[in-house]
Design a binder for this molecule. Structure first.
Ligand SMILES: [Zn+2]
Length: 744
């Protein structure tokens, strides 16, 4: 249906492009797995869409409502919000994935005019062909060019182009692959027949739920057919692959609505994953993407299609006076001052941290990792909201110890050095950005040593980041609204200022984290700590348990404030369990520069939904104005358990219960107080490296051992590690194995 197999067989250039792209995507996914990262953006990615309706008859000129119904269907299916997801058989139900991508009709066109994201073109062409092996763009894809009776694409680095027309020969739709993007940018996008687009109007059963388009956009985001496209040609029909590990090998496409299980290629007992969007079944029977497909899509969006993330396509051009440098507070932000679209305005996706300098292609935000000999890298995306005209500014970047009550300029300016340095400038760089474009700046950064904070009970270093774009050298530095001590208002009121307070919590293992609460401002502050869910993310309360521990003095403050609370349960003197969203602790009366470390402990439930992003936001409410002063978002990214038998890289998404059988050693006790006995039970022989990783992937312990025979034992002393969950990895010449270790 999509021409993929023909291209692979007949088109050498396409095949080389395919190999190159697959290499890039596989390297990306492999790197994510090795660093223990789940391939999930911390926030949902929004893709600007333009729909080009090319019509020969009035029937083909489908309504705006029909177009919107397709957009709604995509958002339902790509966000796993479809009610019929429940139809997935139990054998596959643990593999369904929320791709965390949303689609929205563009509000700015390439000429910087306001638009509804729809173009309409009357044509004399009665139906359009798709001819992959034709030699000119207009003959390959006539609907994609005005000169051949269609409509020219909008720039494919900024928009997803969808054409709707009458396709020749009953073709329902077809997609371009990312492999073609560089060579054929004007032919990038998806073409749909008007009878299979959307869920209303001219739409026709059994392809009436908008899922042909989901399938085609899957291709556009690098997904292959689930059977591996090996149904024809001189090859073994079970030999092809969709380059995804968690979809079973499958002989060929399914159609209609098969009964479960439908077996082929020796994939009994569960058989084909025919209910996947990348099969050919009826719309009512395709209901899921898998985790492996999610990884591939995120990899494509982070690499070959990453420019879409910086697209101005969703920023209305109205009211933009001239060149205007800015960064997004959140992905809903369109640059308005003040920004009233973003409730949690301290989670900018235009600022992200990487532990190595790969952030131009990998936009996954990581916790910084302290290493005196190796820097971290902070990336800042600077956009220009205007239609034309460049602007130059200085991007000033700052860090602060993770805190919910941050003011301006302290502690970002380095002025708070007691009990330890609580913030400091990272650096400054000049940048010039053309209208409608963006630039990404890279800052090298050595975060401070977590040991420096141990003196006042802060056991783990997590940081907030602040980026200010100054376009003038003197106050107010080009800010529309002069800055005050209230940083929250500064960020909301000025699109030049972006703020990132996001801590990544170890997915399957949980972890402990410190957040500074208190008052960096120059006046007294009466405040309340609130704990709540975050829009667009699953609730942390579905994932596990959260405990907060107040240090003695903060606990006393809570008592002085009247011991007010909601939705929490006191489990020991200073420790509270958060029971539900909208919980709070209060009131606290803080004097200027009064700060305390508050500890969080995240404990996962044994059974949690995998491939999901769970979030908890902690905010400090200023009770005198009833406004949010600042906050921190804890993000739990969880894709499987991260466990891997290491042999072929193909079992990474298997649940831990199945993995346990494969581990060739036992150890006890677990939990332990640090002294562990390990027993060889499965005949490992030879050298092994035993490493223990913490939740952020740091090696905290390692020891070499030469296993002599079965039942060989050794003792490991992990007594120096803090209490918590760790991952132990054993690397041998036959493979590597991972397991959880709990230190009490
Ligand atoms: Zn297809």
């Amino acid at each position: 249906m999509d021409g993929y197999w023909d291209r692979i067989r007949k088109d050498d250039k396409f095949r080389r492009g395919e190999e190159k792209l697959n290499g890039m995507i596989e390297a990306y996914v492999k790197n994510l797995r090795e660093t223990g990262e789940a391939a999930l953006f911390t926030d949902v990615i929004r893709i600007p869409v333009v729909v080009h309706v090319v019509h020969n008859t009035t029937t083909e000129n489908i309504s705006d409502a029909q177009i919107q119904s397709q957009i709604d269907a995509l958002n339902r299916d790509f966000r796993r919000a479809n009610a019929d997801i429940s139809a997935v058989p139990a054998a596959f139900s643990g593999l369904t994935s929320d791709l965390r991508i949303e689609f929205e009709l563009a509000s700015r066109d390439p000429d910087c005019n306001a638009t509804n994201g729809i173009t309409r073109t009357a044509t004399t062409v009665t139906s359009f062909d798709n001819c992959d092996f034709c030699t000119t763009p207009e003959t390959r894809n006539p609907v994609k060019f005005t000169s051949s009776g269609g409509r020219d694409a909008w720039p494919s680095d900024q928009y997803l182009n969808l054409w709707v027309c009458d396709l020749l020969g009953g073709l329902a739709g077809y997609a371009s692959f990312p492999e073609d993007l560089a060579a054929r940018p004007t032919e990038d996008g998806v073409v749909m027949d008007y009878q299979y687009f959307g869920t209303t109007g001219t739409v026709s059963s059994p392809f009436h739920l908008g899922r042909v388009c989901a399938h085609e956009i899957g291709h556009w985001l690098s997904l292959r057919h689930i059977w591996g496209d090996d149904t024809v040609g001189p090859v073994d029909i079970c030999d092809g692959t969709d380059f995804v590990d968690d979809t079973p090998n499958q002989e060929g496409p399914n159609s209609g609505c098969p009964g479960f299980p439908h077996t082929s290629c020796g994939n009994a007992p569960n058989g084909d994953m025919f209910m996947n969007y990348m099969d050919y079944v009826d719309n009512t029977c395709m209901v899921m993407f898998s985790h492996g497909q999610s990884e591939r899509v995120v990899a494509a969006l982070s690499t070959v299609r990453s420019s879409l993330i910086g697209s101005p396509g969703l920023v209305p051009p109205d009211g933009v006076p001239g060149p205007d440098l800015w960064s997004q507070d959140t992905n809903e932000d369109i640059g308005d001052e003040p920004n009233n679209l973003s409730p949690d305005f301290y989670r900018s996706n235009d600022i992200w941290v990487r532990n190595t300098n790969d952030g131009f292609t990998n936009h996954e935000h990581l916790n910084p990792v302290y290493n005196p000999s190796s820097p971290n890298y902070i990336y800042v995306r600077v956009r220009n909201r205007s239609c034309s005209g460049s602007q130059t500014g200085d991007v000033k970047l700052y860090w602060a110890f993770a805190a919910s009550g941050l003011s301006w300029p302290a502690p970002w300016d380095g002025s708070v050095a007691s009990p330890a340095l609580m913030g400091n400038p990272v650096g400054s760089q000049s940048v010039t950005v053309d209208g409608g474009e963006f630039e990404i700046l890279e800052f090298e950064w050595y975060p401070p040593n977590p040991e420096d904070y141990a003196s006042f009970g802060a056991d783990k270093s997590h940081f907030c980041l602040l980026s200010r774009i100054e376009t003038a050298t003197s106050a107010p530095f080009g800010m529309t609204h002069p800055e005050t001590g209230n940083l929250g208002n500064n960020v909301k009121n000025n699109n030049n200022i972006a703020w990132k307070n996001v801590t990544v919590v170890g997915g399957s293992t949980g972890g402990g984290f410190t957040l500074i609460v208190g008052n960096y401002s120059t006046g007294e502050m009466k405040t309340r700590l609130t704990f709540d869910n975050v829009k667009n993310a699953a609730s942390v309360f579905e994932w596990g348990q959260v405990f907060v521990e107040l240090p003695d003095k903060l606990y006393d403050k809570w008592k002085e404030g009247g011991m007010k609370q909601k939705g929490v349960q006191q489990v020991s003197t200073n420790v509270f369990q958060l029971l539900r969203p909208s919980a709070y602790l209060g009131d606290f009366n803080f004097k200027p520069m009064e700060i305390y470390p508050m500890h969080f402990k995240f404990v996962p439930n044994p059974q949690t939904n995998i491939t999901q992003v769970y979030k908890l936001k902690v905010e400090q409410l200023d009770l005198s104005t009833n406004s949010v002063f600042g906050g921190e978002i804890y993000t739990i990214k969880q894709l499987g358990t991260g466990l891997d038998d290491g042999k072929d890289g193909k079992t990474i998404n298997v649940r831990e219960e199945n993995e346990k059988e494969k581990v060739p050693v036992t150890f006890y006790p677990n939990p332990s107080r640090g002294s562990i006995t390990m027993v060889n039970k499965d005949g490992i022989t030879g050298d092994a490296l035993i490493s223990v990783y913490d939740q952020v992937g740091d090696v905290r312990f390692s020891q070499k051992h030469t296993f002599k025979n079965d039942r060989d034992q050794l003792n490991l002393d992990l007594g120096k590690l803090d209490a918590g969950l760790y991952i132990m990895k054993i690397e041998t010449k036959n493979g590597s194995y991972k397991m959880k270790v709990f230190i009490q």
